[in-house]
Design a protein around this ligand. Structure first.
Ligand code: NAP
Ligand code: MG
Length: 498
């Protein structure tokens, strides 16, 4: 091999070092119990490393470090300009280490390297940059109090923020919360998902390198029922920011009520409708995006357009186009830069998705594409992109979040019926509508109960717009300046001038 050739992702992966201890008070440390758990790569089912298994005692240590740094003001009382430069430096270090972060993400949770490198890491960098830049541009308010008084409406950080996130976009979900929480002056204790702890641990190290005081950002890898629950029930955590399933979101509400009434924000699941009306401006593009909207990231996306609602007059033609575009989505080696789909995150998720496919068939939906496990010889957890036709909105595959590459086609005969079916779900995270008619588009935007409504595209938006759910998709918003509201509280100061 040419010694000057750019090393392949496989070569780089072979040389990768894993940070596998907890990160508490600025240092990598073992769990107090000394326990470790296997960190498995879904690419081949093999153990990458063993990671410290944190429990309540480690959470206590992390919360104590976060509390100390919050109370002594080492971070929140720094000049906004200085905090801005720390977070900007962190974004720069993430960018400089983008290849390594992308590799960690791909190996740890199975997504294609090209998505990790071109989507997850750049968007995470941009998120940290955005909140860095916001720090010294936000003003508090002066109330209209009349001549005899002066009132100040101040935004203050909450204190110690607990962050619990899932495995589908491990770094991005973490920074969507950590960046605005730190930007507003809080200290943080983060528990990454047990399936994907590696990028969060690297991030914490980079943050200290960037100048974040030790103890302001702590990472406690471990399991939900132990470490996650300990954060949720901790009497000294002021706020809990969660992304994950609706089921676990409800636990956090309970933990809060049974402990210190900590504030809770929840970004939970979805069953998002993707509505294709006969006057869609470009049916071929709509089909391409319908496919991308479900097969990207192996369907492990909370906003996945998992219910394809197509007008009956164009359904057959549209499904032809969908099938055509689906051909470019194929499970492959996540480390191959040409792969468009990787592996499901673990054996359990693999099993779960296959059981939904079986249920779809049993309940009478027509399997048009895929439906099977793939690449089983690798030892990894791959599934073919799967398309069902003739799905009824009452079938299990139309009601429950599958979190895998399974698209359910439901037909309708009028726009009103489409909106009714779209809203007939416990979720309300996102929706899309394709139409050339401006009033239909605006009516859809109003009628559909979801945190994001996309017109003539799927999954539009960037860091400048809020993201989050209606109904059982949760409450509280990530991204945009609005995200900073949930990590702060208002304080009123009334000054008598009479
Ligand atoms: P999950 O089971 O809800 O897990 C999310 C996080 O909660 C993980 O860190 C998990 O820890 C922890 N957890 C699990 N049980 C817990 C408990 N009893 N107490 C405290 N913490 C607990 O979800 P997932 O399987 O990781 O991710 C898939 C789900 O996330 C999907 O439903 C998807 O829609 C949702 N999601 C939503 C969004 C959004 O923005 N709305 C984004 C991404 C994903 P361990 O896994 O380590 O045990
Ligand atoms: Mg893993």
């Amino acid at each position: 091999m040419d010694a000057n050739a750019t090393p392949s992702w496989h070569d780089k992966a072979a040389r990768l070092q894993f940070r596998n201890q907890a990160f508490i008070d600025g240092r990598f440390v073992d769990a107090a119990s000394g326990k470790r758990f296997d960190c498995i790569s879904p690419r081949d089912g093999k153990v990458l490393t063993q990671v410290a298994e944190c429990d309540a005692e480690d959470v206590d240590r992390a919360v104590a470090a976060a509390r100390r740094t919050f109370e002594n003001g080492v971070w929140r009382d720094r000049h906004p300009r200085a905090r801005k430069s720390v977070l900007a430096k962190l974004a720069q270090l993430m960018e400089e280490n983008a290849d390594e972060l992308a590799l960690l993400e791909t190996l740890d949770m199975g997504k294609p390297i090209r998505d990790a490198r071109n989507v997850d890491i750049p968007l995470s960098v941009r998120c940290v940059q955005y909140y860095a830049e916001a720090i010294d541009k936000l003003y508090d308010q002066v109330g209209p109090s009349g001549p005899d008084a002066m009132s100040l409406i101040l935004r203050e950080p909450l204190g110690v923020i607990g962050v619990v996130v899932p495995w589908n976009f491990p770094l991005m979900m973490a920074v969507w919360k950590i960046a605005p929480a730190l930007a507003t002056g809080n200290s943080v204790v983060l528990k990454p998902a047990e399936q994907s702890p590696l990028t969060a641990l690297f991030l914490a190290e980079l943050a200290v390198q960037a100048g974040l005081p030790e103890g302001v950002l702590n990472v406690v890898p471990g399991f939900g029922e132990t470490a996650g629950q300990a954060i949720g029930r901790h009497m000294d955590v002021d706020m809990l920011a969660f992304t994950g399933s609706t089921e676990v979101g409800k636990y956090f509400m309970r933990y809060s009520g049974e402990s210190n009434l900590k504030r809770v924000s929840l970004e939970c699941g979805g069953k998002s409708p993707h509505i294709i009306l006969p006057d869609a401006p470009d049916l071929d593009r709509a089909a391409r995006e319908a496919v991308g909207g479900i097969f990207f990231n192996q369907g492990e996306v909370c906003t996945a357009g998992s219910r394809l609602l197509v007008h009956e007059s164009i359904k057959d033609e549209f499904l032809e186009r969908v099938t055509h575009h689906a051909a470019r989505w194929k499970p492959g080696d996540p480390l191959d830069p040409k792969s468009t789909m990787g592996a499901m995150v673990d054996a359990r998720q693999h099993e779960r998705v296959l059981s939904y496919i079986a249920k779809g068939k049993a309940e009478g939906a027509a399997l048009r594409l895929g439906g099977f496990a793939a690449r089983e010889e690798t030892g990894g957890f791959y599934i073919e992109p799967t398309l069902f036709d003739r799905v009824d909105n009452n079938m299990t595959i139309a009601r429950e979040e599958i979190f895998g590459p399974v698209l359910s086609t439901i037909s309708f005969s009028s726009t009103e019926e489409a909106f009714r079916i779209a809203n007939d779900t416990i979720y309300g995270l996102a929706a899309a509508v394709w139409t050339r008619d401006i009033s239909t588009a605006m009516k859809a935007a109003r009628a559909i109960r979801a945190g994001s409504v996309w017109i003539n595209c799927y999954d539009g938006g960037d860091i400048t717009v809020p993201f989050g759910g209606f109904k059982q998709s949760g409450f509280g918003r990530d991204k945009s300046l609005h995200a900073m509201e949930k990590y702060t509280d208002l304080k009123s100061v009334w000054i008598d001038l009479s």
